[in-house]
Write a protein that binds this ligand. Structure first.
Ligand code: GMT
Length: 377
């Protein structure tokens, strides 16, 4: 198939999933055209059958525009690529504005070809932004006009139906996945652990875009509570608006010397392999791709019991779930895993086992099936 993919290129789960999907589809013989305003952070180097098309973001050219109409430039680029590359379908990730621009591109192409539009809902496009008054009607319209809609968890499907009331919308749940070539447990002695902490010191890790929803100050609070009981360091991968708040919390709690902010990395797999525990105390999370990637590396997860996280993390087996903001509960669950070797080993094994349900090999064919069904209509 000839497939267009549009996603946000920035550090975050939706861009990561969209790019990993594109790379996997390329490996499986499809031709993939990724369309966005920058090359997505996980699209590294050359990959056979995967091509990137950059959308102009305007710069200083048009004094008439107070705001550059990026969405129109994107729709025009999606149409241009679909026409010239003879795309069968456009798979957009994150509804706003991608599902809307793809709808426009589809209408522009009508008469030449019926470009099928598949929209994958990822999270805040439904739970936050899409429900804001200014975006509600266009988000609902764009979802309803898509030829197929997928959600990354059952939670997100239910939320979409609840929020937008599209009872007859057919939404397929296709879970996020990981690439086992990159995310796998460490072989003894092969990890980066010695560069992160001396022997006997535990490594706690968090990976995110440090948005408010991630509650990174809670990550630091949980760490401080754990550190009071056992020697450990906290490795923070990523960057975003709440980084300073996390930094300040670490100073306030007198743990800053053991908190390392590594910034944005295109892959955290090597680091995850060196971790003992992953923390994801988010306010909401439609799936929690970073938790899945940690589990794939054999790292148990302590997370909030919200959204789609219970579909990934199994409480008491692959880590623990607790109410949002329950720092004490999360810290004591962390200590049980870190300080009881039997429990830690069981949680690591259970994490690997659980993650194996979400490999690319199991999930990507579900997208291919969906594409075939939509093209056959
Ligand atoms: O919806 C978002 O917040 C953005 C998105 C992203 O680009 O990081 O994250 C969402 O999509 C990921 C991939 O499907 C999920 O793993 C995240 O749970 C989800 N984030 C939230 O729901 C907050």
């Amino acid at each position: 198939m000839r497939i267009g993919i549009t996603c946000y290129p920035t550090y975050g789960g939706s861009g990561a999933v969209a790019t990993e999907l594109g790379l996997e589809l390329g490996r499986r013989g499809h031709e993939v055209h990724v369309i966005s305003y920058a090359s997505p952070f996980r699209l590294r180097g050359y990959s056979e059958r995967v091509f990137f098309h950059e959308v102009d973001t305007g710069g200083e050219h048009y004094p008439l525009f107070k705001f550059y109409p990026y969405s129109l430039a994107l729709a025009a680029k999606q149409h241009e690529v679909a026409l010239h590359e003879k795309l069968d379908l456009m798979h957009v990730h994150y509804a706003i504005p991608h599902a809307t621009t793809a709808y426009l591109a589809k209408q522009m192409l009508a008469g030449v070809r019926d470009l099928k539009v598949i929209t994958t809902l990822h999270g805040t496009d439904i739970t936050l932004v899409g429900q804001e008054h200014s975006f509600f009607s266009i988000t609902k319209f764009s979802i309803e006009q898509s030829d197929a809609v997928t959600a990354v968890s059952q939670f997100l499907k239910d939320e979409t139906i609840k929020a937008f009331g599209c009872d007859d919308c057919q939404i397929d749940v296709i879970s996020n996945f990981f690439n086992p070539r990159e995310y796998y447990p460490a072989a003894p002695g092969s990890d980066k652990r010695p560069t992160l902490a001396p022997p006997g010191v535990k490594v706690l890790m968090h990976v995110s875009n440090f948005r408010e929803v991630k509650r990174v100050a809670d990550v630091v609070r949980i760490f401080a509570r754990v550190r009071a009981e056992t020697p450990c360091v906290l490795v923070m991968v990523g960057d975003g608006p709440e980084r300073q708040a996390a930094d300040e919390e670490a100073k306030k709690l007198n743990v800053a010397e053991d908190v390392r902010f590594l910034g944005k990395l295109s892959s955290s797999a090597d680091l995850l392999r060196s971790a003992d525990l992953f923390l994801l105390p988010s306010a909401t999370e439609s799936f929690g791709l970073s938790a899945l990637e940690a589990m794939a590396c054999g790292v148990p997860v302590i997370a909030s019991r919200v959204g789609g996280l219970p579909e990934v993390v199994v409480h008491g087996e692959t880590g623990a779930l607790a109410p949002v903001g329950a720092v004490e509960t999360m810290a004591s669950a962390a200590l049980q895993i870190l300080c009881d070797p039997e429990r830690g080993k069981a949680a690591r094994e259970a994490s690997i086992q659980r993650a194996s349900l979400f490999t690319a090999e199991k999930i990507v064919p579900q997208y291919e099936d969906l594409y075939r069904r939509v093209l056959a209509r």
